[in-house]
Design a protein around this ligand. Structure first.
Ligand SMILES: [Zn+2]
Length: 255
């Protein structure tokens, strides 16, 4: 009566019960248990018995992957109690207690569905990105504004700068793209303009040294331009040779 296909299915069911992975069930206790029930039923309806010990061990291992400390602690305490009393853990009772606690945690919105280790990695990556961006900003700022006398590459420095000031935005990459208006040279000799930036009126000045001499609308005046200052300083001793080394990094100045 029991065909080979069914025998294979029973073997699969048995194997799956011994290798429960909580993550596969999206950390949903009910989904995990539905699978356990279905697999158990398949095994028993074919006249075979599943191993209670194996199932309990697999369940305990699966539960311990839970993205929730409180839940994991419950599982550990169930294990400890059984060990202390030298009693076997019953799969049914274990599953019941797990379900009750799970439902309770979900109700209290204390249950997240993602793997805590994944979350840690995401958080870590985010802070690395932040530090990298801050370091880049800090490097640039110190290179185009030596007057501030700040330490080169200081993270704190960079972070401080990244906060609040609109003019520091969009300067974390080497390649920069400007809005059309920002690179459009004044045609009417008008080298200042006022623009609406997030509801604030901001005055812009046309500053010729930027973009390798092609000019850029910036928020500083030519007199305040550290790039121009730098070019003039460097032009004096070495003349042409240095002009080509002033690269586009300095365009971020005061923008
Ligand atoms: Zn300038």
């Amino acid at each position: 009566m029991v065909g080979t296909a069914t025998k294979q299915a029973v073997r699969d069911a048995r194997y799956s019960l011994q290798n429960l992975n909580f993550k596969t069930f999206n950390f949903d206790v009910h989904k995990l248990h539905a699978h356990v029930d279905a697999a158990s039923l398949l095994i028993s309806s074919n006249g075979e018995t599943r191993s209670e010990d194996d199932l309990v061990t697999a369940l305990l291992n699966a539960y311990k992957q839970a993205p929730n400390q409180e839940f994991c602690q419950l599982i550990l305490s169930i294990e400890n109690d059984a060990e202390r009393d030298d009693k076997d853990i019953k799969a049914e009772e274990l599953m019941h207690r797990a379900e009750v606690r799970y439902d309770n945690l979900v109700k209290r919105k204390k249950w997240t569905k993602s793997d805590p280790r994944d979350q840690q990695i995401i958080a870590l990556q985010a802070s690395i990105d932040k530090l990298t961006a801050a370091a880049n900003k800090s490097d640039k700022k110190t290179s185009d504004n030596n007057a501030s006398g700040k330490t080169k590459g200081g993270e704190k420095d960079g972070e401080k700068k990244s906060k609040g000031k609109d003019k520091n935005k969009g300067r974390d990459g080497k390649t920069r793209s400007y809005p059309d208006w920002m690179i459009k040279a004044p045609t009417n000799g008008q080298t200042t303009q006022t623009r609406n930036v997030k509801g604030k009126q901001v005055k812009y000045h046309w500053c010729p040294p930027h973009r390798e001499g092609q000019g850029l609308w910036v928020q500083h005046t030519k007199e305040e331009c550290s790039l121009l200052k730098k070019q003039q300083e460097e032009k004096a001793p070495k003349l042409q040779a240095n002009l080509s080394t002033i690269d586009s990094d300095d365009e971020s100045d005061g923008y």
